[in-house]
Write a protein that binds this ligand. Structure first.
Ligand SMILES: Cc1cc2nc3c(=O)[nH]c(=O)nc-3n(C[C@H](O)[C@H](O)[C@H](O)COP(=O)(O)O)c2cc1C
Length: 320
């Protein structure tokens, strides 16, 4: 079994609390990893590489209390407009961050550097071409960002996406896109994924850094309120209509060039991203309670599958 699979099997539930710009910080990461899922955050949520290194120390210390350190992950945006990527990677190597999640570019040298200290690399993809390129770069796992996901989502059906990627890759498959409940997590595993990758549901937690009004807008929104547009950051993403309207942004306006600079940060501060799952989110919960709920739903779904097959077998027996 690969190192990546062993790491996932140590989790109480096959769930990654996905990295979210301006939303995930040390409190959310530590609460998620302590609750038994994998907490992660984007390096860019700290304004400087020094601040990022401080967060890593805080997280590592917080997750090492009383025994073996719990795993966590960091997201690096590998793009020419992110001037920090090399310095942030050096810090990750120095601090031996257990899981690195890369977005945009899958770079063989980065994979080699992370494998050098025993770390695991997952890479975000929205289509098969990107999946193929990332496999060639040697990543341990792919995050299939499917239709309806928060952030820079794709348009692929999760069922079709998993099937085609599984046929060419036996590494880790993480599935993203509107996964909210334990039943959804079980569905992802039943469909062939190794782990569910959940963003939007974790915005509405006590530990997320999102402002209260953002959390409230999630509770108030439904799938019909999510707009897929490149107008905010130059590539297509899902955003809540009310926040687009409040900012006076026309979703049909031409896309600006992609740029991970201060302007982009300001856009994400004012215009709030969320996936199609918003309609199913009714409560802001502490992460520990959310994970307990996810586990109960997951176990219910597993029992329902076994019971369904038990009934079919009983009918077959009675008719033979
Ligand atoms: C507010 C927000 C910010 C996000 N920021 C990032 C980011 O900085 N880096 C990244 O790789 N993905 C980012 N994502 C995408 C998530 O990591 C994840 O793929 C997505 O939320 C999963 O879909 P779901 O929200 O439907 O669960 C973001 C998503 C949201 C909702």
């Amino acid at each position: 079994m690969t190192r990546a699979k062993v790491l996932l099997d140590r989790l109480r539930l096959p769930v990654i609390a996905a990295p979210m710009f301006l939303v995930s910080g040390p409190a959310l990461v530590m609460a998620a990893s302590r609750a038994g899922v994998l907490g992660t955050f984007p390096a860019l949520n700290q304004r400087t590489t020094e601040g990022f290194a401080d967060w890593l120390d805080e997280i590592r210390d917080g997750l090492s209390e009383g025994g073996e350190a719990l795993p966590y992950g960091v997201n690096l945006i590998v793009h020419k407009t992110n001037p920090r990527v090399e310095a942030d990677l050096r810090v990750c190597v120095d601090k031996r961050v257990p899981v690195i999640i890369t977005s945009l570019g899958a770079v063989p040298d980065l994979v080699k550097a992370v494998h050098g200290y025993g770390g695991v690399v997952l890479h975000d993809v929205i289509n098969l071409r990107h999946a193929q390129k990332s496999i060639e770069a040697g990543v341990d796992g792919l995050v299939l960002v499917s239709a309806g996901a928060g952030g820079h989502a794709g348009l692929a059906s999760p069922f079709a996406f998993i099937a085609e990627v599984r046929a060419m890759f036996d590494g880790i498959i993480a599935l993203a896109g509107a996964i909210n409940t334990g039943r959804h997590v079980a569905a992802a595993i039943a469909a062939g994924a190794d782990v569910a990758y959940m963003g939007t549901r974790f915005i509405a937690t006590v530990e997320s850094q999102a402002p209260e009004a953002y959390k409230q807008m999630i509770l108030d929104s439904s799938m019909a309120d999510i707009v897929y547009t490149p107008a905010v950051s130059g590539v297509n993403g899902n955003f809540m209509r009310a926040s687009l309207e409040r900012a006076g942004l026309d979703p049909n306006a031409p896309a600006p060039p992609m740029n991970m600079d201060k302007k982009e940060a300001k856009a994400w501060r004012d215009i709030w991203s969320a996936g199609h799952g918003v309609g199913g989110i009714k409560e802001v919960l502490p992460v520990a309670e959310l994970v307990a709920e996810l586990e109960a739903g997951f176990n219910e779904a597993a029992a329902a599958l076994v019971a369904r097959q038990g009934r079919a077998q009983a009918v077959a027996r009675s008719e033979s």
